[in-house]
Design a protein around this ligand. Sequence first.
Ligand code: NAP
Ligand code: MG
Length: 398
Amino acid sequence: MSKIKMTTPIVEMDGDEMTRILWKMIKDDLLYPFIDLKTEYYDLGLEHRNATNDQVTVDSANATKKYGVAVKCATITPNAARMSEYDLKEMWKSPNGTIRAILDGTVFRTPIVVKGIEPNVRTWKKPITIARHAYGDVYKNVEIKVPGPGKVELVYTGEDGTEIKELVHNYAGAGVAQGMHNIDKSIESFARSCFNYALDIKQDLWFATKDTISKKYDHTFKDIFQEIYDKEYDARFKEAGIEYFYTLIDDAVARVMKSEGGFIWACKNYDGDVMSDMISSAFGSLAMMTSVLVSPDGYYEYEAAHGTVQRHYYKHLAGEETSTNSVATIFAWTGALRKRGELDGNKELCDFADKLEKATIDTIESGCMTKDLALITTIAKPVVLNSEGFIKAIAKKL
Ligand code: NAP
Ligand code: MG
């Protein structure tokens, strides 16, 4: 059998712990036998990030700007414990944060739906994709613990000295106050990423805020989305047969619960944080969530939504058997391969991505799965496979 050729490389970002182990198995058993795989390799494993003073993360993000498509393995975000575990020179920042800052993207998270892992919400038949704005609001807030009687004001001072002042509250006693911000440029990027991705996957886009209460702050989000939509996307959405739909967040939540799924739900930063946890747990498992960072300039970085599965890695190091779910990492690869194929007009590569996804889903639906899924499946007497056995079973189907 001749292998599928690639013309342009994918940026490959290797990672840490158990997902690094899965990464190699996926390449060896599911990719190399079928594809003449072309990647530009960046080792984002913590040791190499430390050795390069994290330059490798910056380089990998810049390479993504050059080639347009990246696939990333889960990586450790260092904390105090990791400082000593890996003898780090510095507490390096989260690679995802660094990459996102360079690409200025929005993260889209989508559950992988298979028969036998039923969503908790009966009406959901198709996946719901959450798009979370990744800048500002409560995540960049300032807070005051008001000690006693007095007033809190919000003051803007323009460069030319103009002043806008609003009274937040006249306190009769102790309390709290909070100031937060966002910027038009970031909201515009968020809007464009969402519109582009909706066109890309041909699904409706929903957006919701609390603009009836937040008449300036949230209303600005609503207005920016609408202006960009009317000017740049209306015709293209109509042509693609999809819809942009704005509603109040309360209404959105009610509609989501009664929907069939199959759309993108754009959320402000906090809403996206909370709702993505709700969607992923209601769809079944964090190990079945894919994630893609889409930049407003059309660069794509695919990954699994979960972390490095540290607990399983320590078992693996101790020589114990693991049953770690590789589905989201496999789908990160298929997402990147399909996008590469689309951009290069390489139909064979797109077809391969479809076949690998189907083989993965068919394997689970035939009753062969990892332990995390076996615990929640409605399939009677599932066969529980170890990490490697599951990937080998997919390879056999493929
Ligand atoms: P995690 O790696 O997502 O794992 C948390 C738990 O969820 C696991 O212990 C496991 O539960 C279950 N789980 C997650 N993925 C699974 C899979 N593929 N198969 C089976 N079970 C799975 O989160 P964490 O342990 O909090 O974080 C570990 C490291 O990952 C941290 O250093 C963190 O910084 C990093 N992280 C990276 C990313 C990223 O790169 N995108 C995202 C999040 C976290 P059981 O142990 O009960 O089996
Ligand atoms: Mg959260």
